[in-house]
Design a protein. Sequence first.
Length: 242
Amino acid sequence: MTRLISEIDLFSEKAIRLTETLRENIKKIEMLSELNNSYNQLIARNIAKINRKLEINNENVLNINFTYDFNIEDFKQILFEEFYNTFSNYHIPGTSSVSVKEVLFIIEPNEDLLALDFKSFYAKLESEIDLRGYKKVNNYVKIVTDICSSNINFDIYKLILKKHLYNLSRFIRIRGFYGDRELLSCSFGQRRTAVIVTLLMTGVKPLIIDEPEAHLDNKLIADYLVDLIQKKTRSSNYICNP
C-alpha cells in the first residue's frame, strides 16, 4: 500500500510538472503572432529601404527591385506532413494523402482558422464538405472528419499550424527583379548586372570585385558601371581588380 501511494505521488508530481511546462509553452506560442507581425514589418521596412537605394535613372540599367512573400505552397506541404504524421493512426490503407490534404485545406490554414473555436470549425468543415460535393463515405473525407471531430485533435492541429505559420525564417521568400523579369528567369549577364549594381548601391561592407566587366554589356560598363565603381572606390570601402 505504501509503495502504491508513493507511485501515485510520483505520477502526481510528474503531472504537475508537465502541466506547468504546457502552460509555459502555450504562453510562448501565444507570443508568436506578435513576433511574426514585428518581423514582417522589419522585413518590409528593409526591403523598401533597399528598393529606394536602387532607384536608378540610367537608360543602360533596367529597374532593379526586390519583393517578399510567404511561400504558401511549401508552408501547406510541411504543415500537412506534420499533421498527417501526428495523426497517422487515423490513416486508412489505400487512401491518397493528396486527397486528404485537399479536404483538410478546404478551410484555409491561416489566422482566421486560429480564431475559430472547435464547434465553429467543425461546423464550417462539414458545411464546406457538403457545399463542395465531397462524399462523406469516401475514406479521405472520413479521415479528416474523424480527426477533426475531436476537440483535443483540433487543439493539436492549431498548435502545429501556429508552429509553421509563424516560421518566417523557413517560409519567407525574397525575390529579385530586373525590369519586369524575376532574376531566376534572367540571363546570366542580367543577373550579374543586378547583383553588382545592388551590392554597389546598397552594400555597407568592403567589396572586392574581380573582373567586374565579365559577361556585361559594353555600353553598360562604359556609360554607367565605370563611373559607379570609381565613385565607390574613392569612398575607400571598395577594391576593384579590373
